[in-house]
Each structure stands twice: as C-alpha cells, then as structure tokens.
Design a protein around this ligand. Structure first.
Ligand code: SAH
Length: 461
C-alpha cells in the first residue's frame, strides 16, 4: 500500500524539510506489523513527490501481534497487506509524526502556509460508497478524483472492485493534509480496525479539532472512525457538539446479539406465515442447516410432508438431533425426511413439493454457481412457490461487530443490496415463468432497509 504526497510550487523540494525526510536518502522504519519505506520518486524545484510504502507482514498479524484477528484462514489470507487501511494511519503518525504537529524549525513559514498539495492513496477500500469520497473530502477543500477497477476481468459479473485509487488535491497546509488522511482512511476502510479503544476518542478529537466539528459529514466520520462502537460514538458526539446527540442506528454488542436472535425468529415466522397463506402442504427446505425451520413446521398439521436437504453432513446430524428423529414415531418419520444433497445439481428428489424454502442459503453459493442453482430449482424442481431469503448488505452498517470483510458470516460469498437482490430475482422469475414479490424481515432502518430481504416466487400458470 502506497501513499504519495506531491508538492507543486516554488522550491518544491522543500517538502523534504516539512516531512523531516531527506529527499536523497530512502529510509526504512520498523513497525509492529511490518515495514514502512519513505522515498522520493520525483524531486525537482517545481514538483516533488514523497512516497510512503507500507509492507505489512500477514504472519505478524496472525500471530497475536497488534491487529490479530480471530481464527480461520482469513488471518493468513486477507487484503490487509495490499490495501490502505488503519495500518497506513499508524505508519503516517509514526513516520510523519513531526510533520503532523506542524513543527518545521527553519521552514516554519512554509509549514504554516497552505500549499498546492496532492495525495494519492492506492487501493483504498471503499465499498460502494464512492459518493462519500466527494462529500467527505470536498468540504475540506480538495478536488477529488478516483480510479475504479473491475473485480476480475475474467468474471465481469462480479462487478466493481471495492478498492479505489484516490487522489485529493487542494491548497492546504501539509499538517492538515496528513491529519485528514490519518482519520479518513480508516473511515472508508470498513474492515474492523483493531485499535479502537477509549483513547481513540481523544485522538480523533485532537486530530480533528480544526476541521471535524463543522464538517457536514461529522456524524458519518465519527461513527466510522470509532468503528460504530455506540458508547464511544456517544462520548465523541457529546464532546464534539456539546449536546447529547447519539447516532440512533448504531447497536451495542449486547443489543446486536439480541437483535440477531430476534431476527432469526422473525425470519422463521415470516416464512411460516407465507407457507400457510399459500396453502402449501408438502415443503422442501433447501439448505435446511440444523433444522430450525423444520422444527417449527412440524408443529403445524397443515404441513403433511417436510423434507430437509443440506450439503453438510454435520448440519444434517444436528438437524436429526434437534428433531429427535432417532426416537421419532412411525408417523413422524413418514412426515419428516432429511437427506444430503446439493443445490447446484438437478436432483429428482427435489420434485413434487408445493413449496421450496431457501432460507439464508444463496449467499453461501459461489456467484458462478448461481446459474446451476437457478436451473435446479426453477427449471427442474419447479415448485409452485419458492420462499427465499438473504441478507440485505445495506443494513450491515448497523452492526458494530461484523465478521471479516463486512459480510455477516465468514462463509458468505456475497451479500446483496436490495437493488441487487431484486434485480437477480426479477430476472430469474422472468426467465423461468415465475412472479416474485418482495418483503422486509426485521426492523427496518429508514436509509438502509431491513436486515433480511425475502422474495416469494409463484409459478405463473
Ligand atoms: N436455512 C438454514 C441454514 C442457513 S445456513 C437456516 O436458516 O437456519 C446455509 C446452509 O446452506 C448451510 O447449512 C450449508 O451447509 C448449506 N449449503 C451451502 N451450500 C450448499 C449447497 N451447495 N447445497 C446444499 N446446501 C448448501
């Protein structure tokens, strides 16, 4: 990850004095989690550029040093070494700490003056929020440009990458430019940044003192910088605005757990209500997991045949235990049936049901496998009704403690916004002769919608 700062003006090579880094001598700095290098790719009297290159060691991250994450391969294989994240902020304060204070000894006058500066931050994570780059940087006096990329040229259907190369330019003091970047990189990088503690509030208010209190996006910046920790955000707001405004959408950790539990119950209730309404008797639960839905369906005599399918043997074993099938009566065993199968292969055992449920499953499928899933379900099994739910990614911003990379579960291959889900569902319905209706599950926030989105497909006759 790379940050370059360019000064255009008279005696541009004086940038070296302001940064306290000799333009003719590349330097290396040891950090807790890797190395930082400072060098000057261009030096002239008119234009000088200083580069700060960060080389993060993912093994350090994984081995309990600063920034260690919790479990799994993600610790070793992740985007951290390649993107501009909070580690870049740490490096800025370590390497350009004096410049951030504005002290410049013999060059104090230059340091105190606004200069023609521009900064380029490469590979800055900024998922689908590019408009925010303008609303956050422009009020600080910058002209904003950014370059976007496709995720993978071989898979255009994966859409745009969440990373941008951002260039901001303006007439600002160097210390202000550094402070803006220091605070704003972690604001855009929604990956949990690890060092958020109570002292971060002090740090934010100190570094943001001259520009944050009147910034039109101060709510957004503060909430994001503090990683949406409700208690810290409230403290910061009280001190920032000297009123007790709190950001109402943000949940504390306990509230979040409770909300997830309630959401699971609400989801089951919505699915069951839909199945009852359409009069379905024979139900297949595709990707049944541990059998939570089946356990509720069993209680209702309307449902005469209940089948659960999952690819995971472990999940099926748990479902078997939850439903106590080992000790079940003949009639229960006739009514309830579990088997192992995959949702991406045509399977005659999926035929003949009145309704199929696909609850929080599609986000576990690799996007290129969705086509096979669509055909298996809508072309071959072809049940009259399909009830399908998936997370609404827009809502994630309300969760403080998301798993890696901002999806709700580490096995989620994607999470869709409401527009993305509806677009997929409408197209699929059209293609296979279904109609689809959408509804929200869980408490909706005005801006981000509800946590879960449901599509109910009915076969046109
Ligand atoms: N529907 C359940 C479980 C959701 S978790 C509930 O709402 O509680 C997703 C489930 O989908 C997991 O149990 C996983 O094993 C299953 N799954 C993922 N990919 C699958 C596939 N290709 N075929 C069948 N099941 C799959």
């Amino acid at each position: 990850m790379l940050l370059t700062i360019t000064y255009t003006g008279e005696n541009a090579s004086d940038l070296g004095y302001l940064l306290f880094k000799n333009p003719n001598r590349p330097q290396t700095f040891e950090l807790n989690h890797g190395k930082a290098y400072v060098f000057y790719p261009e030096i002239s009297a008119e234009r000088t550029t200083a580069a700060l290159l960060l080389d993060i060691n993912p093994i350090d991250l994984a081995r309990g040093k600063e920034g260690a994450t919790s479990g799994g391969l993600f610790e070793y294989v992740n985007d951290r070494p390649y993107v501009s994240s909070s580690f870049m902020s740490t490096a800025i304060s370590r390497v350009y700490g004096t410049a951030m204070t504005g002290r410049a000894d013999a060059h104090q006058a230059l340091s105190d003056s606004p200069l023609e500066l521009s900064a380029t931050i490469t590979m800055m994570p900024c998922r689908g929020e590019q408009g925010k780059l303008n609303s956050v940087f422009e009020p600080l006096g910058y002209d904003v440009k950014y370059e976007t990329f496709v995720s993978d040229e071989n898979f255009p259907q994966w859409g745009e990458s969440k990373y941008v190369n951002l260039t901001i330019s303006g007439k600002v003091r160097l210390r202000d430019l550094l402070k803006h970047i220091y605070v704003l990189i972690p604001v855009f990088d929604r990956h949990k940044h690890y060092w958020v503690g109570a002292d971060e509030v002090d740090k934010l208010l100190r570094i943001g003192e001259d520009w944050l209190p009147n910034h039109p996006e101060r709510t957004y910046i503060t909430g994001r910088y503090l990683n949406r920790r409700k208690s810290l955000v409230s403290i910061a707001f009280e001190r920032l605005t000297e009123t007790d405004t709190t950001s109402s959408d943000i949940l504390s950790e306990t509230e979040e757990k409770e909300a997830v539990k309630n959401l699971n119950t609400q989801r089951l209730n919505s699915v069951i209500a839909t199945l009852k309404n359409c009069g379905a008797k024979k139900i297949i639960d595709l990707g049944c997991g541990e059998g939570r839905l089946i356990k509720q369906l069993v209680k209702d005599r309307q449902f005469t045949q209940i089948t659960g399918v999952d690819v995971s043997h472990v999940a099926l074993k748990r479902a078997n235990e939850r439903l106590k099938l080992e000790r079940a009566s003949e009639s229960m065993l006739e009514r309830v049936n579990l088997f192992q199968g995959s949702l991406t292969y045509k399977d005659a055992r999926f035929n003949g049901f009145d309704a199929a449920c696909v609850i929080e499953v599609i986000e576990h499928l690799d996007i290129p496998r969705l086509v096979a899933f669509e055909r298996m379900l809508f072309e071959f099994a072809k049940p009259p009704v399909v009830v399908l739910t998936t997370p609404n990614r827009e809502y994630n911003t309300n969760y403080a403690n998301l798993h890696e990379d901002d999806v709700r579960h580490s096995d989620h291959r994607f999470e869709w916004t409401r527009a993305e889900f509806q677009n997929w569902a409408n197209k699929t319905a059209d293609k296979f002769g279904y109609k689809v209706k959408f509804s929200d599950i869980g408490e909706a926030s005005e801006i981000h919608g509800a946590p879960t989105q449901m599509g109910v497909f009915t076969l046109c006759v």
